[in-house]
Design a protein around this ligand. Structure first.
Ligand SMILES: NC(=O)c1ccc[n+]([C@@H]2O[C@H](COP(=O)([O-])OP(=O)(O)OC[C@H]3O[C@@H](n4cnc5c(N)ncnc54)[C@H](OP(=O)(O)O)[C@@H]3O)[C@@H](O)[C@H]2O)c1
Length: 264
């Protein structure tokens, strides 16, 4: 039996809907009450993997690195103690290596590869929806500190399709790493062109000052700044993706980014 974690999250919700459609044998886990098993990775006593062969481990949210690492370590330790055979983990694409939150993903990959269980690592690209949502449009112009380089973002829906492709036959994906960046990169100037608005790139100091005025958690500012700086420097683009190995016809990531640009 498969257990899919993070059931209330956006990515896991999509995966669960698709797994249901395919009739896969699975149960859900979440901190939310409506899951089959209520689990919080911060509380090891909740990590009950009885009868579970495969865990689909959705990376656990936004927090300081030591907290995310501890959560993932708790799951991997409990799984290996309780006889789970395979963990499929949602990691982060190599193109995102300069992002502040890459470290916890790379730590988890290494921990998993040394766990003695079988593993599959899905290195998800940045969500196209995330790029769109960080781009706001006001009076016919977009201002954002993304620079003008392309980004290999991908739709969440494609990542959910990739996940169920693996879950249909986990043994076929034993000990494999898949780079799941978008196959058709786009830039924020492309978003502006598609929306027929003007793009005025802002700089990092201006953005940091703006973020400092918002009620963000301390780790969120460097996290966001690392996305903008990596984009400006052209590190969020890659020509190497395994996406079409798992999803033959990826969706139009640019259209998805455009659909969530906010109107300020
Ligand atoms: N590739 C990207 O662009 C990108 C962007 C943002 C985030 N991510 C990563 O991808 C993951 C899934 O993305 P998403 O869009 O579904 O994010 P989301 O909607 O914000 O969901 C957050 C997820 O984290 C789980 N979580 C948080 N704290 C947890 C804890 N203590 N124990 C167990 N689970 C915990 C939640 O599970 P429950 O609430 O169901 O317990 C939920 O599945 C995120 O958690 C994050 O690590 C990737």
């Amino acid at each position: 039996m498969i257990l899919i974690t993070g059931a209330s999250g956006q990515l896991s919700s999509l995966i669960i809907a698709k797994a249901k459609e395919l009739g896969l044998d699975f149960i859900t886990a979440s901190r939310a009450l409506n899951a089959d098993r209520q689990m919080d990775f911060d509380h090891i006593e909740t990590l009950d993997f009885t009868g579970v062969d495969t865990i689909f481990l959705t990376s656990a949210g936004y927090a300081e690195d030591d907290i995310v690492i501890r959560r993932h370590n708790n799951v991997i330790t409990a799984a290996s103690t309780q006889g789970v055979k395979h963990i499929v983990y949602t990691s982060l694409s190599c193109a995102s290596d300069h992002l502040g939150f890459a470290l916890a993903h790379r730590w988890t990959e290494r921990r998993l590869q040394e766990s003695g269980m079988a593993w599959t690592i899905l290195r998800n690209g940045l969500y196209a929806g995330l790029i769109g949502s960080l781009t706001s449009s006001c009076e016919g112009r977009i201002t954002a500190p993304f620079g003008s380089e392309e980004i290999s973002a991908v739709s969440r829906e494609d990542l959910a399709d990739a996940a169920v492709t693996v879950l249909k036959d986990t043994a076929a994906h034993n000990n494999k790493v898949y780079e799941l960046s978008g196959v058709k990169s786009f830039s924020v100037p492309d978003i502006a062109r598609r929306l027929s608005v003007h793009y005025e790139p802002t700089d990092l100091s201006t953005e940091r000052s703006r973020l400092d005025t918002l009620q963000l958690l301390p780790f969120q500012v460097p996290m966001l700044m690392s996305i903008y700086a990596s984009s400006m420097a052209g590190f969020l683009k890659t020509d190497s993706s395994d996406l079409t190995k798992l999803v033959p016809k990826p969706r139009d990531a640019l259209a998805i980014a455009c659909s969530v640009v906010t109107n300020a």
